[in-house]
Design a binder for this molecule. Structure first.
Ligand SMILES: Cc1ncc(COP(=O)(O)O)c(C=O)c1O
Ligand SMILES: N[C@@H](CCOP(=O)(O)O)C(=O)O
Length: 521
């Protein structure tokens, strides 16, 4: 049945703050008071020409210690082993425009851990907790609430933020119980976000730094990326908010309509290119080497500084208890490293006592990391990624492959894969328990299903599945599934609407039949 028939068009959709005084945490008594939230009780009557940036500026001016003088970060060559760290004197200021090390390898953002460790784990926990849920500029953001660990030297005025982060950590009670026999399963909904994916977390950092570079008169005329749809959406939104030109390279006919319309609506210069994501990535790298267009893909290690805050947020949401497992869908493979980095910093700085085990989940149609893992990490071969419903991870030559290996090896990690049928069934099952997830989250849930099946993950293990995008960006895949019109797929959990005449008797008949056979699941 054609989806147009099944999903008939008739079924489709034709301050003032009066806040209580803030609880004062122990962090407020520390010498780092400037980064604590300002006392907003004084600001009931802001002048008409003032805004929350002015509130923040006023607070900073009265601050005893400017935090940006205490903490710092720089680019260093990315090292595959811990022991190799510190063996090079190569480093770059974050104000330089550089994406690769001298040898052509990846870069990493290295924080001054000695400076950060002058404050103990309790201090950082209290400071981060004290900032959650506020509109204090910019610390109300889930990313900028961890500013000292992200981009410590940027001026608050240069920050471009949509108060991103602080996403729901959803207790998947019914899904866990019904399909996996689990009682402590959680879904970190990173897709319930400004542009509908976790990319907002990294993009606020990258675009803020570009904003700073522009104020420093650095040679940047715009910001560009290759994308499977989510990076481009985040880039164009943050650039539009800051008035910075954005340029996006998209593989023609390989991203969802909802994703395509995002950069168009936000005023980006959109190039639809007759190739796949890997082809677009190659082109944007060549172009950004020639033109003063700043590269916004996760090859640029700045992005991962924002993305790592999702890991810190998970710990915070569990009141700083470490989950046993965190499962992340992987494509270009920056995010799995970002999560590792967030967990590792929390461990190193004494906020928690260990890092969780990480699982990276790939679509079988685009599984270079899985194949590398299965070879015992002996041989990495890029693949030609085939079409997958998890279109945002249709990537065959991930730029962060080395970063992903470090993350997995140092967290006793695992790589799993999901066939098209497995990921679509998992998505449908999750949706049937009240979620509305994207196919990439279906990939991660399949990995969980397999690891539960083999007994690697036990029923009581506290497990977090990272949901990377909003399901509303991928409605066509759900329509295809529930229409049972996917070639070679049984669509076991399809739930098509039933057509019925506008007649009381006919409606009563179908309802009686339904109620007779519909047990509470
Ligand atoms: C929705 C979604 N999930 C997962 C991923 C994978 O993230 P990464 O490329 O960092 O591995 C991406 C992008 O690649 C994505 O857009
Ligand atoms: N899924 C991504 C692919 C590019 O990843 P990036 O993290 O390197 O930007 C997208 O949405 O474009």
């Amino acid at each position: 049945m054609a989806s147009s028939t099944l999903f008939h068009s008739s079924l489709l959709p034709s301050h003032r703050r009066t806040r209580k005084p803030m609880a004062v945490k122990s962090a407020a008594a520390s010498p780092l008071q400037p980064s604590s939230p300002p006392d907003t009780r004084q600001h009931h009557h802001r002048l008409p020409e003032e805004n929350i940036r002015d509130d923040a500026r006023r607070q900073r001016n009265g601050a005893p210690t400017p935090t940006h003088k205490l903490f710092s970060a720089k680019y260093v060559p990315f090292m595959k082993s811990e022991s190799a760290k510190g063996r090079t004197d190569e480093w770059y200021s974050l104000d330089e425009i550089v994406y690769r090390s001298r040898s052509g390898g990846l870069l990493d953002v290295e924080h001054d851990m000695d400076a950060l460790s002058q404050f103990d784990g309790q201090y950082w926990r209290s400071l981060f907790d004290s900032r959650v849920g506020k509109t204090t500029w910019p610390y109300g953001s889930g990313v900028w609430s961890k500013k000292e660990w992200v981009l410590p030297e940027i001026d608050d005025d240069d920050i471009v933020s949509a108060f991103e982060g602080n996403s729901n950590l959803f207790w998947a009670e019914r899904f866990g119980k019904r399909f996996l026999g689990m009682n402590d399963l959680w879904v970190k909904h990173c897709g319930i976000s400004h542009t509908g994916s976790f990319k907002d977390l990294g993009m606020t950092v990258l675009v803020s730094q570009v904003n700073r570079l522009l104020k420093m008169n650095r040679p940047v005329v715009g910001v560009g990326c290759a994308s499977t749809g989510d990076t481009s959406a985040a880039l164009s939104a943050y650039c539009a908010a800051a008035g910075i030109p954005s340029i996006v390279f998209l593989p023609s006919n390989k991203i969802s309509m909802a994703q395509l319309v995002q950069p168009i609506a936000n005023g980006a210069f959109v190039l639809s290119i007759d190739t796949d994501f890997d082809g677009c990535m190659k082109l944007i790298r060549e172009v950004t080497a020639e033109l003063p267009i700043y590269l916004a893909n996760s090859l640029n290690s700045l992005r991962l500084e924002g993305q790592k805050t999702a890991a810190i947020e998970i710990l915070q949401q569990f009141d700083w208890e470490v989950p046993d497992w965190v499962i992340i869908p992987g494509g270009n493979l920056g995010n799995v490293y970002a999560f590792y980095k967030g967990f590792k910093m929390c461990h190193e700085l004494g906020l928690v006592d260990r890092v969780p085990r990480l699982v990276c989940a790939q679509a079988s149609n685009a599984n270079p990391l899985y194949q590398y893992y299965k070879s015992g990490w002996t041989e990495f071969k890029p693949v030609k990624a085939s079409t997958t419903f998890a279109s945002a991870i249709q990537i065959g030559d991930p730029v962060s492959i080395d970063r992903a290996v470090v993350a997995l090896q140092n967290s006793n990690g695992i790589v799993e894969e999901a066939t098209e049928e497995e990921l679509m069934d998992a998505m449908a099952q999750a949706d049937s328990t009240g979620m509305f997830i994207c196919p990439h989250t279906g990939v991660a849930l399949t990995a969980l299903n397999k690891l539960r099946g083999s007994g690697v993950i036990s029923p009581t293990d506290r497990t977090v599945v990272v949901s990377t995008a909003h399901g509303l960006k991928f409605t066509q895949s759900k329509i295809d599934y529930h229409s049972s019109e996917i070639k070679d797929m049984e669509c076991r959990f399809a739930n098509p609407p039933m057509g019925v005449k506008a007649d009381f008797g006919a409606v009563m008949d179908v309802l009686r039949t339904y109620l007779n056979k519909a047990p509470r699941k």
